[in-house]
Design a protein around this ligand. Structure first.
Ligand code: HEC
Length: 210
């Protein structure tokens, strides 16, 4: 990334390319093919632009940690950005999570009263949840922005989003027993991710620790 540091004006773009796990040359290659982009190239460009947008609102401290992540994790984060078209410029992760919780509760109620259509719609909203300003990384403890800590993300995504999609399919077919089982998988994803990444919300410096 030497080239990147020499051209500060392009630093954000370089950072995005770095975050996408690509060599700097890949960008000019992407540009050269811009006239007749294959669908894959167009998708990669879009992914790089989305990562660039996320990096642009991160502090330099976080950008540095994000840049140091492995190509696999960078590509996973880029795929997440590509898969979730609803991306907020304002909302925090906690606010997005409140929305996910509302859909999660809709799913629970709908399964319990055998309303497959509502369960399916709400489950798909969970799978296609909104992304917060700057993506997920800014809201994790800085020391968790490492290859090791983030390596669990694909499994958690599979439990929550994969589980929610399977839940939706089962609910649509009227198989609420299977939907309830997938709901268990979704829940295990919420639980695992919270145990790993989430501290105690709203603690106060003016109360003694329990
Ligand atoms: C990829 C990891 C991840 C997954 C999966 C996840 N969460 Fe979260 N969640 C977090 C983090 C991190 C926070 C803390 C954010 C903060 O405080 O800034 C959080 C916070 C929350 C909050 C805010 C209130 C609180 O007690 O912290 C709610 C509500 C919530 N999550 C619901 C859910 C539900 C429901 C699911 C499953 C459908 C889920 N989350 C799945 C990472 C995750």
């Amino acid at each position: 990334m030497k080239m990147c540091s020499l051209i500060p004006r392009k630093a954000a773009l370089c950072a995005a390319v770095a975050l996408a796990g690509l060599a700097p040359g890949a960008l000019s290659q992407a540009r050269a093919q811009a006239q007749a982009p294959t669908p894959e190239m167009a998708e990669m460009r879009r992914g790089m632009e989305l990562m660039q947008k996320q990096m642009a609102v991160m502090t330099p401290e976080l950008v540095e940690k994000a840049n140091a992540l492995s190509p696999q994790i960078k590509q996973f984060l880029m795929k997440v950005a590509l898969k979730h078209p609803r991306q907020s410029d304002r909302l925090t992760l906690r606010q997005v999570m409140q929305e996910i919780l509302a859909d999660y509760q809709s799913v629970a109620g709908a399964i319990a009263v055998d309303n497959g259509e509502l369960a399916a719609d709400a489950a798909r909203r969970i799978a296609n949840h909104r992304l917060p300003r700057g993506g997920m990384l800014p809201y994790l403890p800085l020391e968790m922005v490492t290859n090791q800590a983030l390596s669990v993300l694909p499994a958690m995504e599979e439990a929550v989003e994969g589980g929610a999609r399977k839940l939706a399919e089962a609910a649509e077919k009227g198989d609420m027993v299977a939907a309830a089982q997938h709901f268990g998988t979704v829940t295990s994803g919420c639980v695992a991710c919270h145990a790993h990444f989430r501290g105690q919300p709203g603690t106060s410096p003016r109360v003694r620790a329990p």
